[in-house]
Write a protein that binds this ligand. Structure first.
Ligand code: AVI
Length: 310
C-alpha cells in the first residue's frame, strides 16, 4: 500500500467540512482479520445468504449462460472459498472454464489457488494481483466469452453515482452476449440491516476504530481511541447504511505535524453500505447498458445474485 496516497487521502478527508475517511482503508492486515470475524457474526446475514444462493441455485444461474467454454473473471476474489461451489457446478455441467481471480493482495490469491486446487484439481487458473481497474484491461484481447463475478455486496460500498460508473466500466469490458454476476444486499426490515452494522459483541465497532489505529500506526497519528465511538445508521428512505466515528470530546489530533480539530460530537463518515430493491437493480441494468437481467434470491429474500447480460 502506498502510504503517501493514504496520507493525502486522510488529510483531505479530515480537512473537509463533513469529515470522512475512505472505507477502502479498512483492510490492512488487522482490518482484514476483523472483517473475517464480521463474516461469522450472527447479525451479519450477508455471507450466509450468498452461500445459500450459490449452493442451491448455481445450476439455474449457469443454465442462463449458453457458452461451453468461457473465462470466469472474479473481481476482489479473496480466498475464493464461496466461488468454488459455483465453479464446481459449472464443471459438472460440462463447461470448460478458465478462472481468473483478481485481488489487490497477492497473498490472498495464493490461498485462493490452494482452495481451487484442493476442490477442483486441474482447473486452469490465472491469478492477477493488483488493482482490478488496471489488471482487467490486460484481458481485453482474450477471445473467449466472459462472465465477470463481483460478489459479497461490494457494490454497496460505492458512493452514489460511483456504482453506476463502475458497472458501466464492466459493461465496456464485456462483449455483446457476455455476462456480469453481482452479489447485492437488498432493502428489507430496517431493524435487520441496522443490527448487521451494530453487532452486540462490538466487532463492527473494532473494525471502524481500526481505521484510526491504522492512522496512528502508519502515519504516526495520536488518535485516542477511547475518545471516539462507532455509530451505524440505516435510512430506509434512500437505502443507505452509513457508518461514522463520533468524537466524544472537543479535541485536537495530530498526524505527521498536522493538527486536526474535532468538536464534541463531530463525526467522521467512514462507510456506505447501499441496499437496493430488485426494481432498482432492473433500472441499474438498463442504465449501465445491459440488455437483460435476472435475480436469484435467497429463501428470506434478503440478498440477490443478479445476472446481467450485455
Ligand atoms: C465489504 N462490504 C460489503 C461490507 C459491507 O457490508 O458493507 C463491509 C462491512 N462493513 C461493516 N460490516 C461489513
Amino acid at each position: 500500500m502506498d502510504n503517501n496516497n493514504f496520507k493525502l487521502d486522510v488529510f483531505q478527508g479530515l480537512s473537509a467540512e463533513q469529515k470522512y475517511l475512505s472505507s477502502k482503508y479498512f483492510y490492512d492486515d488487522k482490518g482484514s482479520r476483523i472483517f473475517q470475524e464480521i463474516m461469522q457474526l450472527e447479525e451479519y446475514y450477508l455471507p450466509e445468504c450468498e452461500t445459500e444462493i450459490l449452493v442451491q441455485q448455481s445450476g439455474e444461474i449457469l443454465r442462463q449462460i449458453p457458452f461451453d467454454e468461457l473465462d470466469v473473471i472474479e473481481l476482489g476474489a479473496g480466498d475464493g472459498s464461496k466461488t468454488v461451489v459455483f465453479l464446481e457446478k459449472a464443471i459438472q455441467m460440462g463447461k470448460r472454464l478458465t478462472y481468473v481471480p483478481m485481488d489487490i493482495s497477492g497473498d490472498i490469491l495464493e490461498v485462493n489457488q490452494q482452495h481451487v486446487k484442493e476442490r477442483l484439481g486441474d482447473l486452469p487458473v490465472v491469478p492477477m494481483a493488483g488493482d482490478y481497474f488496471v489488471t482487467i484491461k490486460e484481458l481485453k484481447n482474450r477471445e473467449k466469452p466472459r462472465l465477470v463475478l463481483f460478489m459479497g455486496s461490494n457494490i454497496g460500498n460505492f458512493q452514489g453515482e460511483k456504482s453506476i460508473e463502475f458497472i458501466r466500466f464492466i459493461n465496456e469490458f464485456l462483449k455483446p452476449g457476455d455476462f456480469f454476476l453481482m452479489g447485492v444486499d437488498l432493502k428489507k426490515n430496517p431493524h435487520v440491516i441496522r443490527a448487521a452494522y451494530n453487532d452486540e459483541g462490538g466487532v463492527t465497532k473494532r473494525f471502524n476504530l481500526n481505521l484510526l489505529e491504522r492512522i496512528n500506526r502508519e502515519l504516526g497519528g495520536d488518535f485516542e481511541l477511547e475518545a471516539f465511538e462507532h455509530y451505524g445508521v440505516y435510512n430506509p428512505l434512500d437505502g443507505a447504511a452509513l457508518s461514522f466515528l463520533v468524537s466524544l470530546e472537543d479535541q485536537d489530533v495530530h498526524i505527521d505535524g498536522q493538527q486536526f480539530h474535532f468538536e464534541k460530537y463531530e463525526t467522521i463518515h467512514t462507510e456506505i453500505s447501499q441496499k437496493y430493491s430488485l426494481k432498482e437493480l432492473d433500472q441499474m441494468a438498463v442504465k449501465t447498458g445491459f440488455s437483460w437481467d435476472r435475480h436469484f434470491t435467497d429463501s428470506k429474500g434478503y440478498y440477490s445474485l443478479s445476472l446481467f447480460r450485455k
